[in-house]
Design a binder for this molecule. Structure first.
Ligand code: 5GP
Ligand code: ZN
Length: 112
């Protein structure tokens, strides 16, 4: 059993509110939302952060574009912020590559 929180959510060992899932990405609601919409786009592969991406992962980012478009259009989200935190100083608390999508209000300068 993995000790990584997001790997455990991906493995369905822990519950989450799922908005989208394919072979590359799992999209869930953040447990501690910073805005009316606060989704997490979590890579299915365990990669510690954006910094560890290699050319082998380029398909992930290409696919992310499609996934963000699909989820936002489906949910009627036309204005949003995508955030990726790398490392503790930047606010990364879960060392598994993921993006935050925040929306639904006028967003403060710093969020997530
Ligand atoms: P980070 O701080 O690493 O950029 O983002 C991690 C995010 O995961 C935080 O916004 C935090 O609220 C969220 N989070 C932490 N634990 C859980 C959990 O068990 N379930 C869900 N859905 N989100 C979580
Ligand atoms: Zn993981």
């Amino acid at each position: 059993m993995s000790t990584c929180l997001f790997c455990r959510i991906i493995a369905k060992e822990l519950p989450a509110t799922v908005f989208y899932e394919d072979e590359n990405w799992l999209v869930i609601a953040d447990i501690n939302p910073q805005a009316p919409w606060h989704l997490l786009f979590i890579s299915k592969e365990h990669i510690p952060s954006f910094q560890e991406l290699t050319p082998r992962h380029s398909h992930l980012l290409a696919n992310l574009v499609e996934v963000v478009h699909q989820v936002t259009v489906r949910e009627g989200i036309s204005s949003y912020r995508l955030i990726n935190n790398v490392g503790v100083d930047a606010g990364q608390s879960v060392p598994h590559f993921h993006w935050h999508l925040l929306a639904g209000k006028e967003l403060d300068d710093f969020l997530a």
